[in-house]
Design a protein. Structure first.
Lengths: 63, 393
């Protein structure tokens, strides 16, 4: 599975960066940057929970 | 007809939700101070449902349907900034600020916060054997940090801390809050005018250069944004640090677990945020008819999301009444949820981690100098916490 981010929805709370700094960063403008979109095998539930923390629902998972 | 329960209700213990709220789960009608009936949302899933839907549940504070949870909310209608706006207006203002509140930017402030906290603990030790940790520690940490971030002179802290306290306290009257808002606006307007003549290097100076000078914001709009950042930037975190000390001292097994493994500090702070729920309630009003936990909410109805009970919902948090520094749950709604989730949350986390971690490391014998039952608890309907925190060590 791959992570997809919508900068248009992002409001810079930083929950994703706190949860998985290897996968997410914030741009100079404070908007989400996906560093590594690949969800490691077996980590799907962990990432679903992380995506669920996003207050602006800017992140999704694609098969 | 039976009388509806009242919102807000006072806490009996500073870190426990008011006991009366337990009867409203997950959604119930309550009565506000002015007699208005609104929906209290006490369940976690229902709280998220409301907070994630800014189209159905509006934050527009100017709108007459927006419920005043306490008298001061009527005065707050005259302060217009992104916390009281809906998208897309909200989005434009919030995005002007995002670059200053990223995880990277707040982490870069950690060395400064650490040296500030070290200095305050030095002073407490020198002054001993007792201290009131509210004025001596919990308040100056976030107050100095937000001053430096915004470019507000800390020399004025006596003034703005006093006025801020009046606008976040549940018992503040309409007149007092109107006066406090007017004084803060006057102060910030004067400060911003001065900065326009003599620029400094704070966030307010950046916003003057990038937004006011280019027509993105009027000075009056910047005054109202500055007011929010200054007040929210110190009052809530000050309360969280002080009540965090109380909560840890009253759970000695959890404090011992944290001491034996300082790597638990970030999860301990997250659990404190969930458990203490410093911000009591979040107001919205319905813009359309909607279904909420089987209740028919009508367009125009007021809604209050009760953070303290949403954070103690057993469906979302196993053994919700237990304070566990290793719980590792981050889905509490202490910073709200949805597009309005606290913009300064990572700064608050950094300040709480450094303040609490340093205090308990430097003063291993720290204990309350007064019984918990005798600590003055902040009034219902405002920022929660304790007014005084006498300790010894």
């Amino acid at each position: 599975m791959r992570i997809s981010a919508d900068q248009g929805r992002c409001l810079g709370a930083g929950q994703c960066v706190l949860s998985a700094p290897d996968h997410f960063d914030q741009s100079e403008l404070g908007l989400v940057d996906v560093l590594d979109p690949e969800v490691p095998e077996g980590d799907e539930q962990r990432f679903r929970d992380i995506l669920d923390l996003c207050p602006s629902q800017a992140l999704s998972l694609e098969a | 007809m039976t009388q509806l329960p009242e919102y807000p209700q006072a806490r009996g213990c500073p870190f426990q939700p008011a006991s009366g709220y337990a009867d409203y789960a997950p959604v119930a009608k309550v009565r506000l101070y002015n007699g208005r009936e609104v929906w209290a949302v006490t369940g976690h899933a229902e709280a998220r449902q409301v907070l994630l839907d800014p189209v159905t549940y509006s934050s527009d504070r100017v709108h007459p349907h927006y419920p005043a949870l306490a008298p001061r909310f009527e005065s707050a209608r005259k302060v217009r900034n992104f916390i009281g706006m809906d998208p897309p207006e909200h989005t434009v203002q919030r995005r002007m600020l995002l670059s200053s509140f990223t995880v990277k930017k707040t982490n870069a402030l950690r060395p400064r916060i650490q040296s500030l906290v070290d200095g305050l603990v030095d002073e407490i030790e020198a002054k001993g054997p007792v201290a009131d940790l509210v004025p001596d520690f919990a308040l100056p940490v976030p107050s100095i940090v937000i001053c430096e971030l915004l470019g507000v002179p800390y020399a004025d802290h006596g003034f703005f801390e006093h006025q801020s306290r009046r606008v976040v306290t549940g018992s503040t009257t309409l007149e007092e809050s109107a006066d406090a808002f007017a004084q803060l606006k006057g102060y910030l307007d004067e400060l911003i005018r001065r900065k326009q003549r003599e620029p400094g290097d704070g966030l307010l100076d950046t916003l003057i250069a990038e937004q006011v000078e280019t027509g993105g914001l009027t000075r009056a709009e910047l005054v109202d944004i500055a007011l929010l950042l200054l007040v929210a930037g110190h009052e809530t975190t000050a309360s969280a640090i002080a009540l965090g000390v109380v909560t840890l001292l009253e759970h000695p097994d959890q404090l011992a677990a944290l001491r034996s493994d300082p790597r638990l500090l970030p999860t301990a702070v997250e659990e404190l945020l969930r458990f203490m729920a410093i911000a009591d309630g979040i107001a919205r009003f319905a813009t359309a008819d909607a279904d909420l936990a089987g209740h028919r909410v009508r367009a125009g109805d007021g809604v209050v999301v009760v953070i303290a009970t949403a954070n103690r919902d057993g469906e979302a948090f196993p053994s919700p009444a237990a304070f566990a520094v290793d719980r590792g749950a981050r889905h509490h709604v202490s910073f709200g949820h949805g597009v309005h989730q606290c913009i300064g949350q990572n700064l608050a986390r950094a300040e709480m981690e450094i303040a609490l971690g340093t205090l308990f490391r430097r003063l291993p014998g720290l204990r309350l100098a007064r019984d918990l039952a005798d600590l003055p608890i902040k009034e219902a309907g405002g920022v929660q916490g304790v007014w005084e925190l006498p300790v010894t060590w």
